[in-house]
Ligand binder design. Structure first.
Ligand SMILES: [Fe+2]
Length: 151
């Protein structure tokens, strides 16, 4: 089932919204490949989705840090535990389990709940940072990872 981006999830920070939307696009793509029953394409998109998501978390933390956001540490802890869930799924995948649907569900749940509650809290601090600098945040290149490759 392909999901559309609900506009209430927009943070108003263009670079962050672009990354969140890209994660949803990749979740939708994963589900297309799952329906097609194409294991190689599933593995490829699993890797891209996991790698992109991990880079996005690091990017967000960089913005919060530069903004002097006071709740950075608790936000970081939520990111780390979310990362642990991704790593655990990747390990199960490499051990031969079929985890793609579970990963899609985990990410979808995170996108819709974490963004709505936790991410929205940092928006004023990050917007103030970007206004001070009078520039948009620069994205870091996405680090290539091969978390979900069995070979
Ligand atoms: Fe976050």
């Amino acid at each position: 089932m392909s999901l559309h981006w609900p506009s209430e999830l927009d943070t108003g920070i263009a670079v962050v919204d672009r990354q969140h939307r890209r994660i949803l696009e990749l979740i939708n793509l994963l589900e297309v490949h799952l329906e097609d029953g194409d294991p190689e394409a599933v593995e490829e998109v699993l890797d891209e989705l996991a790698g992109y998501t991990l880079s996005h978390l690091a990017f967000e933390e960089g913005l919060m840090e530069q903004a002097g956001y006071p709740l950075l540490e608790s936000h970081r802890r939520l990111h780390r535990s979310f990362e642990e869930s991704i790593f655990a799924l990747a390990a199960r995948h490499r051990a031969g389990e079929a985890v793609a649907a579970e990963l899609a569900e985990l990410l979808r749940h995170w996108l819709f709940h974490h963004i709505r509650s936790t991410d929205h809290d940092y928006v004023p601090a990050v917007q103030a940072l970007l206004a001070r600098r009078a520039c948009a945040a620069t994205e870091r290149p996405i680090r290539p990872r091969r978390l979900f490759r069995r070979r």
